[in-house]
Design a protein around this ligand. Structure first.
Ligand SMILES: [Cu+2]
Length: 117
């Protein structure tokens, strides 16, 4: 088989998969995401933002997360069947930051880079 034939075959296959999953999605009710804001009083630099972003992303069921350094606030969209606001707050606290009324983990805070403490 020449490379063009393989390319056509692979591409065609992907196309079929793409169509298949799209049809499946149409048949299912759309997932509804819950959007919540989280107060992040103790973030103060881009490194803090990156750490918090990572902590949020580690939680299963996160759809979208935006950390606003100026507002000291995160806006998080998640699948409420998979996680809760409290789980997300706990993940941020475990990374060393206060999240709403959830207090940071002191050991994690002590391990943060100097600029973040
Ligand atoms: Cu920082």
């Amino acid at each position: 088989m020449n490379s063009l034939a393989i390319f056509t075959l692979v591409f065609g296959f992907l196309f079929i998969i793409g169509c298949g999953s799209q049809q499946e999605q149409e048949g299912l009710p759309a997932i509804e995401y819950t959007t919540e804001t989280i107060k992040l009083e103790t973030i103060h630099c881009q490194m803090c933002v990156a750490t918090v972003q990572k902590a949020i992303a580690e939680v299963e069921g996160i759809y979208e997360a935006n950390v606003d350094l100026t507002a000291k606030m995160a806006t998080v969209s998640f699948d409420a069947d998979m996680t809760t606001l409290n789980e997300i707050e706990k993940s941020i606290a475990k990374a060393g930051y206060h999240a709403n009324e959830t207090t940071r983990d002191d050991d994690a805070y002590a391990r943060l880079p100097d600029c973040c403490r």
